[in-house]
Design a protein around this ligand. Structure first.
Ligand SMILES: [Zn+2]
Ligand SMILES: [Zn+2]
Length: 166
């Protein structure tokens, strides 16, 4: 979705309302397409005395297997982003600004990169998810297995080994 912002840049006080849905269902993140429902983007671009700001809230559901236990998990997010828009850099530090290509802005692309940068590193069904047993693969949130775990105190382990050798 390409927004043409030439007029907005030229006339102070101009405001452009953003109220759109994006279809990201074919966006593939490592073999998974997690955006199964429409992504809602609400906000505005505003030229306040020559300073053009974009504020938007992106609402979406992220649907993917839990990184620890593999259970299909849907998490809803509402992320808010702000950008200062400039049509060209004039000695400013690029880090603070979003430099447009001419006067056009690809809102879809911007929202998508904002979201990707702000997704949590891990997608978990529950922050206390116990994951799968590394030995038998049982889902430890659902049941317990009888595998021996190695979380014995290392000092006790040495003692145990000595006793076993007797
Ligand atoms: Zn999990
Ligand atoms: Zn096990």
């Amino acid at each position: 979705m390409l927004l043409e912002l030439k007029q907005l840049f030229q006339i102070e006080g101009t405001r452009l309302e953003i109220n759109t849905d994006f279809d990201w269902s074919d966006k593939d993140l490592g073999g998974i397409c997690p955006f199964t429902s429409p992504v809602k983007v609400r906000g505005e671009i505003f030229n306040r005395t020559g300073l053009v700001t974009l504020t938007m809230t992106v609402d979406f559901v992220y649907s993917a297997p839990c990184d620890r236990c593999g259970t299909q998990t849907e998490l809803g997010y509402s992320m808010k982003f702000d950008h200062l828009l400039v049509s060209a850099l004039e000695g400013e530090d690029e880090g603070e600004y979003l430099v447009l290509d001419g006067y056009s802005l690809d809102l879809d692309e911007l929202a998508f990169s904002d979201v990707l940068l702000n997704l949590p590193a891990k997608h978990l069904c529950n922050e206390n998810c116990k994951g799968l047993c590394p030995q038998c693969g049982v889902n430890l949130n659902v049941s317990q297995c009888s595998c021996k775990t190695d979380d014995v105190d290392p000092r006790l382990a040495v003692l145990k080994k000595l006793l076993e050798e007797d």
